[in-house]
Design a protein around this ligand. Structure first.
Ligand code: SF4
Length: 282
């Protein structure tokens, strides 16, 4: 144990020099070095701590797609592929009024349906999925959306992501939704290096308590949309800086970072960073 400080009990002293720096002075290099030595228990604790911190940042998470029934959420989620939730929410009120149940989708006039959903993109494929969904629900599930993963993933237009969105938000069954934001952020946080969404879901499911899965998914997606952007994350005002091994990938200057924050929670997020007044005053 060459060079190590030895305590009176004969055990080498633990080098805590990398653990005592504040979030604002932690450099990416030092953080990365710290994570390489992270134990499994340390990772579990850090991941759960980050989830709790995200709860402070986003205390009121919710599904950003508008819906009132499992069927509406199923259709909205199919439409949300390669499309913003805002756009989907513009389309769905008229769509849901025109197609009130699974049979209506099963018997839909394809041209009319395509026209209603055209602005969400990939409308031909999406119309196929939605008509197929209606037919499958009528044919195999009595017109109702099933409330379990095994059945949901057999439906047209459904993968595990869509199934978990519906399970978690329409049925209250905990589910982890691995979309592009979720996968990107948990890799940035070194929770996992996996890129396959199913593997990411399994790894994160082993880190985070099951009852937290649905809200964690929302929190991570909110953070990805509002703060931790793919190209320029707002590290300088990020509430997760202390626990993030990628701190410094984006601007660490507070005002430069503050300008990158998006969404309705911006005043709250900047207040948490201690600069709310500075950037919101006229
Ligand atoms: S914004 Fe920066 S510090 Fe925050 S989670 Fe993303 S990379 Fe980490």
């Amino acid at each position: 144990m060459k060079g190590a400080t030895v305590l009176g009990d004969g055990k080498p002293a633990r080098d805590t020099s990398l653990n005592t720096v504040s979030p604002r002075t932690t450099t990416p290099v030092r953080s990365a070095a710290r994570r390489r030595d992270e134990t499994r228990l340390g990772l579990v604790r850090r991941a759960r701590r980050m989830n709790r911190t995200l709860q402070i940042a986003f205390p009121h998470v919710y599904c950003e797609l508008d819906f009132t029934t499992p069927l509406e959420l199923s259709v909205a989620t199919i439409l949300s592929a390669q499309c913003t939730d805002v756009r989907v929410n513009q389309v769905t009120p008229a769509l849901f009024a025109a197609y009130p149940d699974a049979r209506a989708y099963a018997e839909a006039d394809r041209t009319e349906l395509e026209e209603m959903i055209r602005s969400t993109g990939f409308y031909r494929n999406k119309a196929n999925s939605i008509i197929g969904l209606g037919q499958a629900l009528v044919g195999r599930f009595g017109g109702e959306v099933p409330d379990n993963l095994a059945d949901l993933v057999t439906l047209p237009g459904f993968g595990r992501k869509t199934a978990n969105v519906v399970l978690g938000n329409a049925f209250g069954v905990p589910g982890i939704t691995v979309d592009t934001h979720f996968g990107r952020l948990v890799r940035r946080w070194q929770w996992t290096a996996e890129t396959d969404p199913v593997k990411v879901e399994r790894v994160v499911g082993e880190l985070i308590e099951r009852k937290e899965w649905t809200d964690l998914s929302h929190r991570v997606i909110f953070h990805g949309r509002r703060v931790c952007h793919a190209r320029k994350p707002a590290c300088g005002v990020c509430i997760l800086a202390k626990d993030c091994p990628s701190y410094g990938e984006g601007p660490v200057d507070k005002l430069a970072a503050a300008a990158l924050v998006k969404g309705p929670e911006t005043p709250h997020l900047l207040a948490l960073a201690g600069i709310g007044d500075a950037v919101t005053e006229p």
